[in-house]
Design a protein around this ligand. Sequence first.
Ligand code: ATP
Length: 319
Amino acid sequence: MKKIGVLTSGGDAPGMNAAIRAVVRTAVYKGMQVYGIRRGFNGLINGEIDYMDVKSVGEILHRGGTILNTARSEQFKTEEGMKKAINVLKVFGIEGLVVIGGDGSFRGAYDLSQRGIPTVGIPGTIDNDIPCTELTIGFDTAVNTVLEAISKIRDTVASHERTNIIEVMGRHAGDIAIYTGLAGGAEGIIIPEMPLDIDNLCKRIIQGRHRGKTSSIIILAEGAGKAVELERIIEEKTGMETRATVLGYIQRGGCPTAADIILASRMGYHAVELLEKNIGNRVVCIRGNKIMDEDIKEALSMPRTFNKELYDLAQVLSI
Ligand code: ATP
């Protein structure tokens, strides 16, 4: 394979730029040409494609977001949209594609692979919700961003002797909540994977105060409820002043951590190695600190599990 393309799709995540850089530089190192496709599958359909060289990915390693921009494309899901996209790839002579995004983006990558364009997916999403990989690009940065916010919120919460419910991202996956809850010493973690026992949670908050705690932090994954609603319920049940904080999009931004940059660099390199061998229909993943790859269809059908061990540990340590 001599000409490949790279695009970012779905929600942006810190470290996507490091992955783009790794794809471009590995390809150039291996004597391949690389094209950057703007605005995800939308840009592919519209032919928003630029030639990329070693220089075009300079000075981006530390930048959050994605220099290629990202978008969601309904048109790409239609047979007509798919045909247009394939035609554009043919016109540019692009033989294989790297798609950096979440599971929705991998469905698109699967469709392209089935239609003769070898496509490799790289998991880039802060949610860490791709079952075939232990980590996704952007997750570690998001966890550190939330942790910083927790420590700031804790200062004010402790001063006022309040409870604060911090709503973090994670529609289907509680990973951000579990990791930040454990690392931030939260008194409670609420995730979509576990039923909420509100009475038990309130009992723990009250017990904490009785043994001298000045404040309580509860981390809530957005898929498990709304912080503003819980604020009212917890205040009523504990009789203690309670506030809600919704962190929102700050969790998506910022300079990626070293762990995310290294993960993105390793995954980008591996994706190009696969395309070099004409292998498509794979998702790059990391397991036991080893970079490997998985068939897209199988990756998409894997059941999602969550880190119950860390969740239980956080419960034990927050008594
Ligand atoms: P995130 O985890 O941040 O939500 P994602 O990749 O899962 O990222 P989606 O919006 O689900 O985000 O998907 C991104 C794009 O992938 C869609 O806008 C669409 O263009 C394409 N896509 C999603 N599902 C399919 C599908 N079934 N067939 C073809 N393309 C798809």
